[in-house]
Design a protein. Structure first.
Length: 596
């Protein structure tokens, strides 16, 4: 026999000994194709929907001040923790230091973290079962569902930390359930979770319990995990309390997170699972799969197990700690989201635990349909289509319970116009002690215009006094505390930009609306500031001479009834007379001074 013939004979013999080899190869090929498809779909979705949320510009301003030596502050000299994404903000500052704009930096890294999460979801079922175990499902179902999840595509970018936070939560879970991963790595990763967003701390007790109960060498694993977590987290907490004077971020007070709002939180969670209803099947599917007998169990009980190829029926694993752990993590965080009232941005708060729901769903489907390849493929495809095509439970941008599709408010043309306006304002504000009040969707104005002081007056996110006001009544989540005009005056605010700002802050009821035009950008004065206005006039700003306007209206004031005159004076005094010594004109109103 020739050598070639001998080799051919050996190869045929090996193949005959492994009747499932072709099946295994084909299954692996289908799975790998699914991984590539998930990554490609995720990349396309994230790029097509790339955008920047206005709230991201709060972190941009903090990072910019840090890079320029002012510290991690929104306004120079004011130590207020107005961000809720410490690690993400430091990353933005690093990008700035390297010469990369925060807009590009956050979009690129957001997409990277999103794709990394999809890759983890594809790999985790195999890694959890052991590197040599066959693939539990024909397709990487969790990864494919993540790739077609529209709102996850949306928050893959946005400039916010959502994508990074979600990846770190998924990575911490993966490290915890993979037996070969060191416990200290899980502790380190969960510490990064808590540094990325404060609510990451919600996961800590659950991880500690799992490490101490569900891992080999329980006591040692628990201690190793806790030690590494505290070694990273405690110094950060000590620095934060020393620098900002509080354990909780200012956003905690601005959003009244200490007060439970279960009703609004239920609306938020319900709306999410109405669109992404396959995620709602995850826990029930897993529970029924847990209780169901394995395929072939009756045959095995009746007699000797038949000799079949090891891949003819895929091993899906027994109901175990890792899947219970995923379910507990997902449900606990969902309950937390309900307690705080959710968010005004649809879906955003639930995306971090969506990977966990997806893993539980994949496991349940795989166990129910083990050995029935065609049905499994059909069910998997149906779930992917359902996640991709199920419509929103509201029309347009939303608005139910104040919950909206935030991205729809930031059309590219509108954003470019806002940026152009802000850069116009920068030319006027540069080198001057300008103080402005901003409202919703104006954080980008504060970042690009670079006023000395910007007060987020409609939510109090970056202002401690506003955030600590008592909650008068429930309204839109995160938008329930508005700065009173008296506070803006006490802070010597000079301008608000756009008429919408005056409406949001109620300026018309308390002050005369005196416009100022920075080229074509309209603003309104909060108080009359002659030195600042003189500099603005030199740079081309247009506004009326308020003293001359008073002179023109003197005959009208003389004819006003006493009550009307008192109302007029109550508006003019904080705006003009408290800022300008003008006793000659003020005496026209003295008879109404007793009512303010």
């Amino acid at each position: 026999m020739t050598p070639g013939g001998r080799n051919g004979h050996r190869l045929r013999a090996r193949t005959a000994q492994r009747p499932g080899s072709h099946t295994r190869a084909s299954r692996t090929g289908v799975f790998q194709l699914g991984v590539v498809l998930a990554l490609v779909l995720g990349l396309i979705g994230a790029i097509l929907l790339a955008w920047l949320c206005d709230d991201a510009f709060i972190s941009f301003r903090y990072a910019d001040n840090l890079v320029h030596g002012l510290g991690l502050v929104f306004n120079a000299g004011e130590r207020v923790e107005g961000y809720s994404n410490f690690l993400w903000t430091l990353g933005i500052a690093l990008g700035m230091r390297l010469g990369v704009s925060p807009e590009s930096w956050t979009i690129v890294w957001g997409v990277v973290f999103y794709l990394a999460t999809i890759a983890l979801l594809c790999a985790l079922p195999r890694l959890a079962a052991g590197a040599q175990a066959p693939v539990a499902t024909l397709l990487p179902l969790a990864g494919l569902l993540a790739a077609v999840h529209h709102d996850w595509n949306v928050y893959a970018t946005s400039g916010l930390e959502t994508s990074c936070f979600t990846f770190l939560v998924t990575l911490a879970y993966g490290l915890a359930i993979v037996p070969s991963a060191p416990a200290w790595a899980t502790g380190l990763t969960l510490a990064l979770v808590a540094l990325t967003r404060p609510d990451g701390l919600v996961f800590a007790p659950l991880f500690l319990a799992y490490m101490a109960v569900g891992r080999p060498r329980r006591v040692r694993s628990g201690l190793e995990f806790a030690s590494c977590f505290l070694l990273v987290w405690l110094p950060y907490v000590a620095w934060k309390i020393n620098f900002y004077g509080d354990f909780f971020p200012n956003t905690y007070y601005a959003k009244s997170a200490g007060i439970a709002w279960w009703g609004q939180g239920w609306v938020y969670v319900q709306l999410y699972f109405q669109k992404y209803w396959p995620l709602g099947l995850a826990i029930p599917t897993a529970v029924t799969a847990w209780k169901a007998p394995r395929p072939g169990s009756r045959i095995q009980a009746a007699g000797p197990a038949p000799k079949v190829a090891p891949t003819a029926v895929p091993r899906t694993g027994s109901p175990s700690g890792p899947l219970v752990f995923a379910a507990v993590l997902a449900l606990t965080f969902t309950v937390y989201v309900m307690r705080v009232g959710g968010d005004f941005m649809y879906a955003r708060f639930l995306i971090p635990v969506t990977p966990l729901y997806l893993l539980v769903l994949e496991w349940g489907v795989a166990r129910h349909l083990a050995g029935r390849s065609r049905i499994q493929l059909a069910v998997s495809a149906g779930l992917v289509v359902a996640v991709a095509l199920t419509p929103y439970p509201f029309s347009g941008t939303g608005g139910q319970g104040g919950i909206v599709n935030e991205r729809d408010y930031y059309k590219p043309d509108d954003v470019q116009a806002r940026v152009a306006e802000a850069k116009t304002l920068r030319r006027y504000f540069s080198g001057l002690p300008v103080r402005i009040a901003i409202v919703g969707s104006q954080a980008m104005l504060a970042y690009y215009a670079r006023p000395d002081v910007a007060i987020e007056a409609a939510t109090g996110l970056t202002d401690s006094w506003i955030a600590h006001q008592p909650l008068a009544h429930r309204g839109r989540v995160g938008h329930e505390k508005i700065a009173p005009v008296s506070y803006l005056l006490s802070r010597r605010v000079d301008f608000v930009i756009q008429h919408a700002s005056t409406v949001a802050l109620g300026l018309k009821e308390r002050l005369p609306l005196v416009p100022i035009y920075f080229d074509l950008v309209p603003g309104y004065m909060v108080h009359w500031n002659p030195p600042l206005l003189a500099e603005m006039a030199k740079r081309g700003a247009r506004f009326v001479d308020f003293a001359a306007a008073l002179d023109e209206r003197r005959p009208d004031y003389a004819r006003l009834p006493a009550d009307s005159l008192r109302i007029e004076y109550a508006k003019l005094k904080p705006f003009y007379f408290d800022a300008v010594p003008d006793s000659m004109r003020e005496k026209w109103f003295k008879r109404g001074e007793s009512v303010r």
